[in-house]
Design a protein around this ligand. Sequence first.
Ligand code: C5P
Length: 221
Amino acid sequence: QSAADLAGRHVVISAGGTREPLDPVRFLGNRSSGKQGYALARTAVARGARVTLVAANSELPDPAGADVVRVGTAVQMREAVLAAAADADAVIMAAAVADFRPERYAEGKIKKRDGREPEPVALVRNPDILAEISADRARPGQVVVGFAAETDEVLANGRAKLARKGCDLLVVNEVGERKTFGSEENEAVVLGADGSETTVPHGPKEALADTVWDLVAPRLS
Ligand code: C5P
C-alpha cells in the first residue's frame, strides 16, 4: 500500500462489543476484545487518515493519533457512529453489536425471592447500525464496510448478508469447531458488492486491516 493513501480522509471505525444492561450491575454482552477494530484504527492512522474510533467496552489502550469515543450500549454506539459519520469518507463496523437488548431496565438490582421462579427476560431488537448507515449515506460515495462471522456456507451466507446490509464490502470470518486444520480456520474473505472476492490468509489482525484499507482506498470518491 502507499504510505499516505488515506491522507485527507476521515474514517470512522467501531470496535469492541456492546453491553446491554439488565439492572445496575448486570448486562448481556459478548466476548469481543476490540482487537480487529483497534488494528484498523492504527493502520488507518499510519496511512494518513483522520480516525474516529467508537469503542465499546474495550480494555485496549487508545491508539495514538485517533479520536476515541467510548460507548456502552448499541443505542449509544448508533448515536456516536451516526454523528461521526456525517463527514466521513468511510465507515467500518468492526464492533460486535448486540442484536437484542432487555426490554426493561430495572432501576434496582434484580433480587431472588424465596420459593419463586425468576422472571423471564424479554428482549427487543437493537437498531442495525450497519444497515442504516448503508441505506442513508451521509455523503455520496461514502464507503461502508461490515464484518460477519459465519459457521457454515461462508460464501453463500456472506453474499446474502452483504446484500441484506447494503454495504460495499463485507469481511467474512469462518468461526466454529467444525473446521479443525491449521491456517484455514481463521481465513477471512472480503466480499465486494461489485462481486469481488479477496481471500486473506491466516495472519495478524494488522494484515487483515491493511487489506481492508487496500480495498477501501480505490473505492473512495
Ligand atoms: O447481522 P450481524 O450481526 O451478523 O452483522 C454483523 C455486522 O453488522 C457487523 O459489521 C456489525 O458491526 C454490524 N451490526 C450493526 N448493528 C447491529 C448488529 C450488527 O451495525 N445491531
